[in-house]
Design a protein around this ligand. Structure first.
Ligand code: AMP
Ligand code: MG
Length: 406
């Protein structure tokens, strides 16, 4: 059986020749998409020297060696407010301008003294006193100190977060070229399955995978399409797979083990190629990846926990890489166990776990029942403990690797 890393390598290698197509969208529609263009700046950011504080724009040279015993007296000669640069020429050493955060710094001023450091003269209007030295450049945000004109700011492959959208807006990019999302067909299989709005008859269960996978595809940045569910009948499964093969990726759930009615595997044997079947992991061992006719396909196991764990480890990387995001790997951090973890497995175990602070220490605790059909093992799970094969038992306080999911 291959390892998780080997399986991931085969998945990524299968995309080596894939050239993602692009589309140009309005800034309001690109959250979580992957940037497909280089973004250079055609202006300095900030575009002008401006104040980082509400206060007074001054000439710092007059403050050298001034103390509380010898405060300096300044005459306020005008106001610079955000959006309202003052047109008057510069200031003399004994003058200052009232200035607000974000307002342009007047000519000749080279520091802004914050209001808290000043006293208004009790009698004389428009006079302030400052009793501290004010260093040159204090509270001034210099033109170009964030981004300089002509610089390369964002590279293709950048995932678009709210902060990136802010940068794009600042640079005037109201439309942005991003990679297209893959269209992902979702097929669930099993004679026992009914829709969530139906009441189960004996032997039936509600189809949860179709909806959980739909949500997982959305979250991973793909566009999901639910194909009508297929009973355990080879010809019907082939018909559904044929229908699904017009999309960029097929996700099937169920029917990939070695049971008598595991027809997805048989359909794939007949009309496809497999890059792998079975990975040395728990849960999710029977997971399959390959091509059905010419379309990439993941045959995910039917157990709901296995379906989502294999989605996380294999399908999400595919969906990210497909649209040019090579930074899909989740962060894995060592965290101390808050309780003993006794279970030893001969396969790599991905354990749904909660990350918590206990007695001031951030640690991790496994959710109680780790069965592959126990959907509540996901409750409050912020990560997956990655427990190597044949290792344990683990004592409270031992460091274990934890893959962060959020
Ligand atoms: P299979 O992989 O088809 O052998 O299914 C393994 C287990 O997962 C069985 O208990 C199935 O009833 C269950 N299962 C399969 N597909 C689904 C689904 N779409 N939703 C919920 N449970 C499922
Ligand atoms: Mg089945």
């Amino acid at each position: 059986m291959i390892t998780v890393e080997e399986a991931q390598t085969r998945i990524i290698e299968s995309l080596a020749a894939h050239l993602p197509s692009t589309e140009t969208l309005s800034l309001a529609d690109v959250l979580d998409r992957v940037l497909a263009e280089s973004i250079c700046s055609d202006l300095d950011i900030p575009p002008f020297d401006n104040s980082a504080m509400d206060g007074y724009a001054v000439r710092s040279d007059v403050f050298a060696s001034r103390t509380a015993e010898y405060p300096i007296r300044l005459k306020v000669v005008g106001t610079s407010a955000a959006g309202h640069p003052i047109s008057a020429r510069g200031i003399s050493p004994v003058q200052c301008y009232r200035i607000m955060t974000g307002a342009p710094v007047p000519e000749d001023a080279d520091a802004v003294v914050q209001s808290e450091w000043t006293q208004l003269d009790p009698e004389e209007k428009d006079v302030i006193w400052v009793s501290r030295p004010v260093p040159k450049g204090l509270n001034i945000r210099r033109q170009g100190s964030d981004i300089s004109n002509g610089s390369a700011v964002l590279a293709p492959g950048t995932r678009i977060t709210p902060a990136i959208i802010g940068i794009l807006a600042t640079l005037g990019k109201s439309r942005v070229t991003v990679y297209q999302k893959p269209l992902v067909a979702i097929i669930s299989t099993g004679d026992e399955l009914i829709d969530p709005d139906q009441t189960p008859m004996p032997g039936q269960i509600r189809n949860s995978n179709a909806y959980a996978l739909h949500a997982a595809v959305c979250k991973a940045g793909g566009h999901p399409i639910i194909i009508p569910h297929a009973p355990d009948h080879l010809a019907t499964i082939i018909a559904r797979l044929d229908q699904a093969s017009q999309y960029d990726l097929i996700l099937s759930s169920g029917g990939v083990s070695v049971g008598d009615f595991d027809f997805v595997k048989q359909a794939l044997d007949a009309n496809g190629t497999q890059a792998f079947w079975r990975v040395n992991m728990k849960p999710g061992k029977p997971v399959t990846f390959g091509h059905y006719r010419h379309t990439a396909i993941f045959g995910l196991p039917g157990n709901p926990v296995s379906a989502l764990v294999t989605f996380e480890l294999f399908v999400r990387p595919f969906i990210r890489q497909w649209q040019g995001d090579t930074q899909w790997a989740r962060m894995v951090v060592p965290l101390p166990l808050l309780d003993d973890f006794e279970e030893i497995s001969d396969r790599r175990h991905y354990v749904r776990c909660q990350i918590r602070t206990q007695d001031g220490v951030v640690g991790v605790t496994a959710n109680p029942d780790q069965g592959s059909a126990i959907q509540t093992s996901w409750l409050a799970a912020g990560g997956l403990m990655v427990i190597p094969e044949n290792q344990g038992p683990w004592k409270k306080g031992s460091l274990v690797p934890v893959m962060l999911l959020h």
